[in-house]
Design a binder for this molecule. Sequence first.
Ligand SMILES: C[S@@+](CC[C@H](N)C(=O)[O-])C[C@H]1O[C@@H](n2cnc3c(N)ncnc32)[C@H](O)[C@@H]1O
Length: 197
Amino acid sequence: MRSFDRQKVPLPKLSSLNFNEGPLIVEIGAGVGLHPISYSQQFPDHQVLAIERTRSKFERFQRRLENHPQIKNCIALHEDAISVITHLIGNNQVDKYFILYPNPYPKKNDQNKRFYAMPFMEEILRTLKSDGEIILATNDLQYKQECIEFFQRVWKLELKEQSLATQGRTHFEKKYLSRNESCYNLIFTRKSTFGSA
Ligand SMILES: C[S@@+](CC[C@H](N)C(=O)[O-])C[C@H]1O[C@@H](n2cnc3c(N)ncnc32)[C@H](O)[C@@H]1O
């Protein structure tokens, strides 16, 4: 795989980000914002940065967030997550990444558009704390299997947990569950070095 060239990544509109104290949670492709809003409410001491690049979805997210003025720990950004993470997030800063129902790009020639196969994954690993987690959900069995294979073989991550999501955390998860589709939830961590020489 070619290595990631951060110089070629466009700068985000924002030039810096200030976070509250507490664990930093980054959601890539937050859609209309159901998950970051409920997560922020559930964990008020965490700082949630939720990034969505599609304007129409972001505007629905923003309106939803404005209806919860008590939430102070959620930053909603209309940006490309690749630009924001590459240029505005420091090394070992992120406790959890959420990538929930990314577009699976099922066409054979589109593998390089799938998150787990992108050289950009280097930036996710650079910014993830050593005990951090990447949580990825998909309803696509082939995507799930290929994701596990890539994360383990290429990115040297460990599959800590896999389960079927049942809660309807996001707009897409609700839609898939209503069609009785399986929603696979995967939690990855760095490989444990405990006991190694
Ligand atoms: C299939 S939707 C899922 C949305 C939401 N996570 C859900 O489950 O309802 C995938 C979303 O990821 C967003 N997305 C894809 N790549 C992105 C990127 N590089 N930066 C920000 N958003 C991105 C798309 O705009 C789209 O809204």
